[in-house]
Design a protein around this ligand. Structure first.
Ligand code: HEM
Length: 413
């Protein structure tokens, strides 16, 4: 956990939000019911405030769209390297999530061509749609399901397996490893998960050396940086990064989207009738409830923002969830509005670490929505969902009922 300047004693947290902490724990483990309210309070009182990461562990939260945007771009002050050296390198090993400048670009470029808009769109009919329908086949005959546990969890894993080019046949094991890597709270257990995951993944790399297929594994197995082949360690670390980066995020994104649609009067009917509206549901959900709600950064130098002095080596949380509800940028920011235009949310961050999988993520959420609306007619929520987590955030469960149908039956859109 981060070494943060300042101790709990000399850190003045407003008593109104002293009981609220924004720690990056697993979303299923902590309910933060006053989450948006707390961010709004910080925003109304100046836009930067000391708060708790975990109880007694200081951090600064930035809430305005301008500040969060600037902080993403200013990597000399809000250092990805310093952050990831503490947050993810100890478990995943070094990855470009924590690299900067040329080193970052060289490593990202090894795989970037599999994530372009055009490439990502090509995956829709070949990977995203078939996987979404295959997962629905598993429960559609029952007439009830937990969309978080039975759809949202498995589908993104199946997609990453397809992108990498490895079979995923043990959902529970994969999903537990993936979640544990970044979100686990016990470092020993995280190390065990990382080791087991590496042992599972690395034999697949060898199978692609000299015999490339059209997948990420082949790019990694035959990839070079500055004329040198990637090491096994570098390849394993990137693969490990991809699972939590691409699986938990999209899982929560799908949950947030279906929760918004099923609790907003008229939304389900409008989206069922007009597929052209569906990409708007994806974008508005990403704005209204970003799965990555707060992004950590450790400062590399002293800085003052809005009169608040933040010393070097402080943990800051860049409040995407607050920036996306900045009233100077978005009308009625707390409402989920299907036809919101313009909708310049920053849920995939900004600058050199802009989400590599943004196009895939959008395609996944859209294909999930198409498949759910087409295959599960009469969809209804059984109970109001509860939102969990802070740094990454979404509903813990989405229990629904629908008209049962036979597996394998796809309506034409
Ligand atoms: C709705 C889903 C998603 C959201 C909201 C999301 C959000 C983000 C954010 C905010 C970052 C920046 C992190 C930082 O600056 O510290 C990021 C980076 C990243 N994301 Fe995503 N992500 C999503 C889905 C995906 C998917 C599906 C993949 C891959 C299959 C992916 C792969 C990555 C990678 C590799 C990075 C690191 C990029 C770099 O450092 O250059 N993400 N994502």
């Amino acid at each position: 956990m981060p070494t943060v300047r300042g101790s709990a004693e000399d850190f003045e947290v407003d008593p109104d939000w002293a009981d609220i902490w924004f720690g990056a724990v697993h979303p299923m483990q902590i309910e933060v019911p006053r989450f948006h309210e707390a961010l709004q309070m910080i925003d109304e009182r100046g836009g930067v405030a000391p708060a708790w990461f975990f109880p007694g562990m200081p951090c600064y939260v930035l809430t305005s769209h301008d500040d969060v945007h600037r902080a993403f771009l200013d990597t000399h002050t809000f250092s990805p390297r310093k952050t990831q050296e503490v947050m993810t390198f100890p478990i995943l090993g070094p990855t470009f999530l924590g690299y900067e400048g040329r080193e970052h670009d060289l490593h990202r470029n090894v795989v970037a061509r599999q994530f372009t808009k055009r490439r990502s769109e090509a995956y829709v009919p070949t990977l995203l749609e078939p996987q979404a329908h295959a997962v629905i086949d598993g429960f559609c005959a029952r007439g009830d399901a937990d969309l978080m546990g039975e759809f949202g969890k498995q589908y993104p894993l199946a997609v990453i397996g397809g992108l990498l080019g490895i079979p995923i046949d043990d959902w529970d094991r994969m999903s537990a490893w993936a979640s544990d890597l970044i979100l686990g709270s016990d470092p020993d257990h995280q190390q065990q998960s990382a080791r087991a995951f590496r042992e599972f993944l690395l034999p697949h790399v060898d199978s692609r050396r000299g015999r490339p297929a059209d997948d990420i594994l082949s790019l990694l197995a035959n990839g070079e940086v500055d004329g040198k082949a990637l090491t096994q360690q570098q390849i394993a670390s990137f693969m490990l990064l991809l699972f939590p980066a691409g699986a938990d995020t999209t899982w929560l994104g799908i949950g947030n989207m279906m929760s918004a649609i099923l609790t907003t009067p008229g939304a389900l009917e409008a989206l069922s009738a007009d597929p052209e509206l569906r990409h708007r549901a994806v974008e508005e959900t990403l704005r209204w409830a970003p799965p990555v709600a707060l992004v950590p950064r450790i400062t590399a130098r002293d800085i003052e923002i809005r009169g608040v002095g933040i010393p070097a080596d402080s943990l800051c949380l860049l409040g995407i969830a607050a920036a996306n509800r900045d009233p100077s940028r978005f009308r009625e920011p707390a409402s989920w509005i299907l036809d919101r235009r313009p909708n310049k949310h920053i849920s995939f961050s900004f600058g050199e670490h802009f989400c590599l999988g943004a196009h895939i993520a959008r395609g996944e959420m859209r294909s999930a929505l198409d498949a759910i609306l087409d295959r599960l007619p009469g969809l209804r929520l059984v109970e109001e969902p509860t939102y969990w987590g802070a740094s990454i955030r979404g509903p813990d469960a989405l229990r629904v009922t629908f008209d049962p149908s036979e597996p394998g039956r796809r309506e034409r859109r």
